[in-house]
Design a protein around this ligand. Sequence first.
Ligand SMILES: NC(=O)c1ccc[n+]([C@@H]2O[C@H](COP(=O)([O-])OP(=O)(O)OC[C@H]3O[C@@H](n4cnc5c(N)ncnc54)[C@H](O)[C@@H]3O)[C@@H](O)[C@H]2O)c1
Length: 436
Amino acid sequence: MTTTSISDSPLPAAPAAAPGHPAAGSPLATAHSQLASAVELLGYDAGQHQMLATPRREIHVAVPLRRDDGETVLFHGFRVQHNISRGPGKGGLRYHPSVDIDEVRALAMWMTWKCGIVDLPYGGAKGGVAIDPRHYSQAELERVTRRYTSEIMPMIGPDTDVMAPDMGTDEQTMAWVMDTYSVNRGYTIPAVVTGKPLAVGGSRGRGTATSAGIVHVTAAALEEAGVPLTDVTVAVQGFGKVGSHAAAIFAQRGAKVVAVSDQYGGLRNDAGIDVNRLLEHVAHTGSVVGFDGADALSNDELLGLEVDVLVPAAVEGVLDERTAGQVRARWVVEGANGPTTTAGDEILARNGVVVVPDVLANAGGVVVSYFEWVQANQTYWWTEAEIAEKLEHRMTSAYADVSALARRQGLSLRDAALVIGIERTAEAHRIRGLYP
Ligand SMILES: NC(=O)c1ccc[n+]([C@@H]2O[C@H](COP(=O)([O-])OP(=O)(O)OC[C@H]3O[C@@H](n4cnc5c(N)ncnc54)[C@H](O)[C@@H]3O)[C@@H](O)[C@H]2O)c1
């Protein structure tokens, strides 16, 4: 692993972050403000700051859909490669009605730092389509995915930009992307996406990797405070791919999961929620709401519960100037990308809440995506135990690097993580030189 050092040189004036001027509290404003804070610690000049703030490539595509009833509707799709200096762009594909270019830029930037922090040979990218997938049939989602893939085809590829699932997409979506890309190239290219089904070159352990990584870094943070995982209570916001498996793994490892929620509402049971039974309920009903093993609770109430560990694993910006002051957890472990705004972060720090930042906490997904890409490129598949062991090693050593830097320099875990990720990216720029 690269050794991290922080330059002592004083900070030059920070440039206006490009591109555009994102709204305060928006994901891109949060990402820019985090970058500015790390750039200040690293003592980079205005030109370096601008390079790091600006995506290398962006594409905005129209995605027309012929609906099942014959009507035509049009969606907007995006793909952003924030940085490709350390390797191909890597990042998820999101289907959500609030997707826009600025959100995708923020998510792509976070992917760059994340891949740096866990030392993967990738840059950062992200894609999205502004669609609410709940309102469309599987056949319609397949057509949207294939058309979006065709439109962004010049930008993606196993050596250029590799997609994975994110909010609103899943392994089936990745199979459609892989098939569309492969059919157009004339042969099967599994490494163009990760997070695909096992039957077409997926990796064991990918489906639960983000969640397993969250639990690994939580255990590491607790261990530093001398608290065993089996002694803590946990609340998880969001019960999708990340939140549901995180809740299940926390419970398996002996923590008490006392509250969970999704976009329809939440649940609380101080004696501990039976997560396996809840998973069955969600598989049948599509929501945690109505589960008979707990009492109802709102999303806002969940954020303010007196628990040891709070895991926001849904959407961005839920811990802001309004809600962060209500948090009574000792640790916030960010499963979602960007769940805490800059104002929220300051309040949590003032109140002594330890925040394990998204770019570290939820990196388990991209770590096993990397393993999947390596396996696809070698056409040789590893066992579940091999994946689990390699994932735990990556996550705990990344946590140890971040925590050691934070202690040495008196930084928050977020600043320390960003300094590591950003410095590794800037180092690649420096060594490669500027073309021409
Ligand atoms: N899937 C991955 O591997 C991965 C990896 C790293 C980070 N993430 C991040 O984790 C977060 C969740 O992703 P996912 O893949 O689990 O998505 P998902 O679509 O599978 O699940 C999202 C969950 O959040 C809930 N939700 C949505 N809006 C909400 C709201 N306003 N309040 C409360 N709950 C709400 C949904 O009901 C659902 O339970 C996103 O920020 C994503 O970028 C995902």
